[in-house]
Design a protein around this ligand. Structure first.
Ligand code: PEP
Ligand code: MN
Length: 332
């Protein structure tokens, strides 16, 4: 249940009410808001005098639901935003991993040249083998910060585990929670407390309900800046790396208020399929795309098979503009 307290309720009173009702307390656009489990269906008697309105839910998709907020939430990255009425389809692109200064400079230059605003790259990589490149760690984060200063780009990078949460929060403008870590409550809660924009990637065996409830962990701690990213789920198919769940995206657009970002690179696993999939995603009117691009994909230290080269990426971006225009969106 979500309870909207009357706008003249003081912070101290709101805190007292939250603790007596064992509810989360956040600050909404029109005053304080209390959130209980969706199993609570009736208003606690002590809240009655202070309540302006309340909503009862069938399940724990609450703050992230269309019932709570009918319009897609708008998340600001400083000089531009995603979601809301912006009409933006924000392309977050760059290599899978930061590998060297020369490599990330080349990627940042490409992103800037194409008029895009967000540079993506992992410094802490969640690999399926302990024997492969695990990322440059804090050195990678420092390189990303340098690219932000020199190229004026917004940086998204992943928090892999609890050992470096504070480091990524300090360096990245957007915090990425990966498919393999989206159940990690310490990461979700740290992101919730940080207040920074957070992009949560769907685990490859994660139901839509589990996905949105992971996002509720961040929202319930007072951070409204959450985006969801569909990056492919595991099916019986083995010819492609994963299966991009566009039906799931349609469900998220209908029932939730999160900006939706699509990642065709990790879904497909092979560069040849990424441009067609990216165009299909833009045609769905999504809020963002996450695409891996590398100066020399064949030499990439992670996800080599799926990264576009610079010339493929330039062609892809050129082809996305008219599709975005046709669905009332703008690539940026
Ligand atoms: C990534 O974005 O580089 C990544 C590791 O993605 P995922 O968590 O979706 O596997
Ligand atoms: Mn990758």
């Amino acid at each position: 249940m979500i309870v909207f307290l009357k706008s003249d309720t003081s912070h101290q009173r709101a805190q007292e009410l939250a603790s007596s009702a064992e509810a989360f307390l956040i600050s909404g656009p029109d005053g304080f808001v209390l959130i209980n489990s969706s199993s609570v269906k009736t208003l606690a008697p002590q809240l009655e005098a202070h309540t302006r309105d309340f909503i009862v839910f069938a399940d724990d998709l609450q703050l992230g639901s269309k019932k709570y907020q009918s319009q897609t939430r708008e998340i600001s990255f400083g000089s531009f935003s995603i979601g809301g009425n912006t009409g933006n389809t924000v392309v977050m692109s760059g290599p899978c991993s930061v590998e060297s200064k020369a490599q990330i400079e080349s990627s940042a230059g490409l992103v800037q040249e194409l008029g895009l605003k967000v540079l993506r790259a992992g410094a802490f990589k969640p690999r399926t083998s302990p024997y492969t490149f695990q990322g440059l760690g804090t050195e990678g984060l420092a390189l990303l910060s340098e690219m932000r200063e020199r190229f004026g780009l917004t940086i998204i990078s992943e928090i892999r585990d609890g050992s470096h949460v504070a480091d990524v929060i300090a360096h990245a403008d957007i915090l990425q929670i990966g498919a393999k870590s989206m159940y990690d409550h310490a990461i979700l809660k740290a992101c919730g407390k940080s207040g920074k924009p957070v992009l949560i990637k769907r685990g490859f065996g994660t139901t839509l309900q589990e996905f949105v409830q992971a996002a509720e962990f961040v929202l319930s701690l007072g951070n409204p800046n959450v985006m969801l990213c569909e990056r492919g789920i595991r099916s019986f198919e083995t010819k492609t790396r994963f299966t991009l769940d566009l039906c799931g995206v349609a469900w998220l657009k209908e029932h939730t208020n999160f900006p939706i970002v699509l990642d065709p690179s990790h879904a497909m696993g092979y560069a040849y399929g990424v441009p067609d999939l990216a165009r299909a995603c833009v045609a769905m009117g999504v809020d963002g795309l996450l695409i891996e691009v590398h100066p020399e994909p064949g030499k990439a230290l992670s996800d080599a098979s799926q990264q576009l080269n610079h010339s493929e990426f330039r062609q892809l971006i050129a082809s996305l503009h008219p599709i975005a225009t046709a669905v009332g969106k703008r690539i940026c």
